[in-house]
Design a protein around this ligand. Structure first.
Ligand SMILES: [Zn+2]
Length: 195
C-alpha cells in the first residue's frame, strides 16, 4: 500500500465515523487469531493522549490497523522517535500522521505559561517547553491563539520527526513514506489535513 492509499483508507473510515456508520471491523475473535503472530498496520498516528481523540474510533479502525503513539500535545521524545523507527523499519508502515486537536490542554498550558512568563515544575514543564516554539511562532498572528498554536505545533512536530528519524526523512525522499498533519475538530468531529 502507498502512503496516499493509506491516507484514503484512513479518511474513508473517518467518513464512516462522521456519519455515525462505523463498521467496527477487525475486532472479532477470528481476526484476533489472524493477528496473533504478526501485524501489518497501514498507518502510524502520533496523537494527543486527550480522552476525546482516540484514533481507532475517529478513523473507525480495528485491531492491527493502526500503530498509535500518544503523548500530551503529541510531544515527541526519544522513545517516540524509536517507536516511529520501529514502525517504519520493521513494520514498513507507509503513512505517518501527526494529529493535533481543538482546545488541546497541553497547548492551552503552553500559551498560559507564555502569558505568565513562567513554566510548570516537573516533567510537565519539559512538555510545555517543547510546545513553546510553536507559541512563539504564531503569538502575533490574527485569529484564535490556541487554534493557531495547535496547527503550528502539528507542523513543529512533523519537522522534528523528519529531523530526528532518518528512516522517515529517507522514506519521504524515496517516496516510500508519506507524512501528513491533521487537526481534529472537537465540535464537528472533522479532520482537517495540514500540509
Ligand atoms: Zn491535547
Amino acid at each position: 500500500m502507498t502512503g496516499d492509499e493509506a491516507l484514503r483508507q484512513l479518511m474513508e473510515g473517518h467518513q464512516r465515523y462522521l456519519r455515525s456508520q462505523p463498521l467496527h471491523q477487525h475486532q472479532e475473535a477470528g481476526w484476533r487469531a489472524t493477528l496473533a503472530f504478526s501485524q501489518h498496520p497501514f498507518a502510524l498516528i502520533l496523537g494527543c493522549g486527550d480522552s476525546r481523540v482516540p484514533p481507532e474510533i475517529i478513523f473507525d479502525q480495528g485491531l492491527g490497523d493502526l500503530f498509535v503513539i500518544r503523548t500530551a500535545g503529541h510531544v515527541p521524545d526519544t522513545a517516540v522517535f524509536g517507536s516511529i523507527e520501529y514502525g517504519l523499519e520493521e513494520l514498513k508502515i507507509p503513512l505517518v500522521m501527526v494529529m493535533g486537536h481543538e482546545r488541546c490542554g497541553a497547548v492551552q498550558a503552553a500559551v498560559k505559561a507564555m502569558d505568565a512568563g513562567e513554566s510548570s515544575p516537573g516533567y510537565l514543564g519539559d512538555l510545555i517547553a517543547a510546545i513553546m516554539p510553536a507559541v512563539a511562532q504564531v503569538k502575533d498572528q490574527p485569529g484564535d491563539i490556541i487554534d493557531n498554536v495547535v496547527r503550528a505545533n502539528v507542523r513543529l512536530v512533523m519537522r522534528k520527526l523528519k529531523a530526528h528519524v532518518p528512516s522517515l526523512a529517507v522514506g519521504i525522499k524515496d517516496d516510500r513514506v508519506k507524512i501528513v498533519g491533521a487537526r481534529h475538530d472537537l465540535d464537528t468531529g472533522d479532520i482537517e489535513l495540514l500540509g
